[in-house]
Ligand binder design. Structure first.
Ligand SMILES: Nc1ncnc2c1ncn2[C@@H]1O[C@H](COP(=O)(O)OP(=O)(O)OP(=O)(O)O)[C@@H](O)[C@H]1O
Length: 226
């Protein structure tokens, strides 16, 4: 699904977090979003998902984005006394897709009959991801999908993103671990100062990583004796 974002703005009081974001997402591409803590990545995702009011427009090909969007939030919310299995069923029901064969599709080996709220951080992330996958969405926003998950799961998630791409889904990911973006993305957007300041293709990922390291480290550590 192609999605176009025009002049998206968002402020919290006098704090202008997003200052006029233009983005163009194409079917079958995987996009990364990087930016420092507080740059506005989650705010942008919330706006795209229709969870926040905002200025500007989000135009999805063939209908509303939120009807075909799988949004994995940084910290997915789980109601109390809902098991993993019930959570997955709820998500399937919301999209009218069959909820049979959940045990077979439980690729992360989650304890589906335990309360989701009692899952560990990584398990919650995996349950949230599985829920949006089962819905067979067209567009996926994955906010830090690798955060807190073990090495095996991270490898599995990398492969899941590749399969989504093969199935012509569109994926937008944020991550603070550059290697995960290098492994999964076709294009990386840099969010800085409320604007998209760079749009980088695969050939320039190494250059972007070097630039970020130079900026992040610079001579900052000269002040410390190791
Ligand atoms: N509900 C809110 N009310 C007021 N300010 C908010 C709210 N949500 C976010 N902000 C502010 O908006 C800015 C962007 O926050 P956001 O969570 O989008 O950043 P981020 O890039 O996702 O950061 P991180 O990498 O740390 O997750 C921050 O200054 C944050 O304090």
């Amino acid at each position: 699904m192609n999605v176009e974002v025009f002049q998206l703005t968002k402020s919290f009081g006098t704090d202008e977090v997003l200052k006029g974001i233009d983005l163009n997402f194409q079917t079958g591409q995987v996009y990364g979003l990087v930016g420092q803590n507080g740059a506005g990545k989650t705010t942008l995702f919330n706006c795209l998902a229709g969870l926040e009011t905002h200025g500007g427009n989000v135009i999805a090909e063939g209908g509303r984005l939120k009807d075909r969007l799988g949004f994995l939030q940084t910290e997915p919310y789980f109601p109390s006394r809902l098991t993993g299995r019930e959570y997955l069923r709820l998500f399937c029901k919301a999209r009218g897709v069959p909820d049979e064969g959940l045990d077979t599709q439980n690729v992360f080996d989650l304890p589906l009959d335990r309360y989701a709220q009692q899952y560990s951080t990584g398990m919650k992330k995996k349950l949230g991801l599985l829920a949006v996958l089962l819905q067979r969405n067209e567009f996926f926003i994955l906010d830090e999908p690798f955060n807190g998950v073990d090495i095996h799961s991270a490898l599995l998630i990398t492969e899941i993103i590749q399969r989504l791409k093969n199935e012509k889904k569109t994926v937008l990911i944020s991550s603070h671990i550059f290697s995960t973006l290098k492994d999964t993305c076709d294009i990386i957007h840099v969010l800085d100062g409320g604007n998209i300041t760079e749009i980088i293709g695969k050939d320039d990922f190494e250059r972007l990583e070097r630039d970020m390291a130079a900026f992040a480290i610079g001579n900052r550590l000269d002040a410390i004796r190791f």
